[in-house]
Design a binder for this molecule. Structure first.
Ligand code: ZN
Length: 198
């Protein structure tokens, strides 16, 4: 497991992730730019930076897609009456958490290209996690040197998923990735970048 506390304190070099989802013809024409909250919040390796971003996005995904969101009185009454109910018979709201779905998670990451400030939601923390990265910080990018930036040219949704599976192997779906050789070449490339930026 990654020691999150140690990583938060680390003063490495990487503080920005600039990435593009999709592949070849489906590559996005815009970029997703995430930066840490402060100049002194940095990661020693590119892989650590991307793992932290993956954990941020996983926490957002869980809250948005997996968690029960019901609040209505009818749902609460039905929950009290039946712990096994999956949907509220009064209003139809889903009442049970969903399982993690790898393809859905990657769609969620790729869909960030289409979000607004409003639909993106919490950008500093949610109920699950204090985020390491803050979205769309173009001004941070303009002030950064090249070796502070983790640059993922394409297929970023898969790279983020691979990074997540690195620290949460229970989420890895062998129907989506390929057995022992599950790591994508793009994620292997990020892993190879050392603390000296090479
Ligand atoms: Zn209801």
């Amino acid at each position: 497991m990654v020691d999150l506390e140690e990583m938060q304190l680390a003063r490495g070099r990487y503080r920005i992730v600039m990435m593009n989802c999709g592949y070849v013809e489906s590559s996005r024409t815009s970029w997703l730019i995430f930066s840490t909250f402060g100049d002194d919040e940095r990661f020693d390796t590119a892989a650590q930076a991307v793992v932290e971003l993956a954990l941020d996005l996983h926490a957002k995904y869980e809250e948005e897609y997996m968690d029960v969101g019901y609040q209505s009185d009818c749902c609460k009454r039905e929950r009290a009456a039946s712990a096994a109910a999956k949907f509220c018979p009064q209003c139809g709201t889903r009442m049970s958490s969903l399982e993690f779905d790898s393809a859905c998670f990657m769609d969620f990451v790729a869909g960030l290209h289409n979000t607004t400030c409003d639909s993106y939601g919490d950008s500093e923390a949610n109920a699950k996690r204090e985020f390491a990265f803050w979205p769309w910080r173009a001004e941070e990018l303009l002030g950064a040197s090249r070796d502070e930036v983790v640059f993922i040219a394409e297929n970023a949704e898969r790279v983020v998923y691979d990074a997540l599976c690195e620290v949460k192997p229970e989420l890895r779906d062998d129907d989506v990735v390929d057995g022992d050789e599950w790591r994508s070449s793009a994620w292997m490339e990020v892993r190879r970048r050392g603390s000296n930026g090479t």
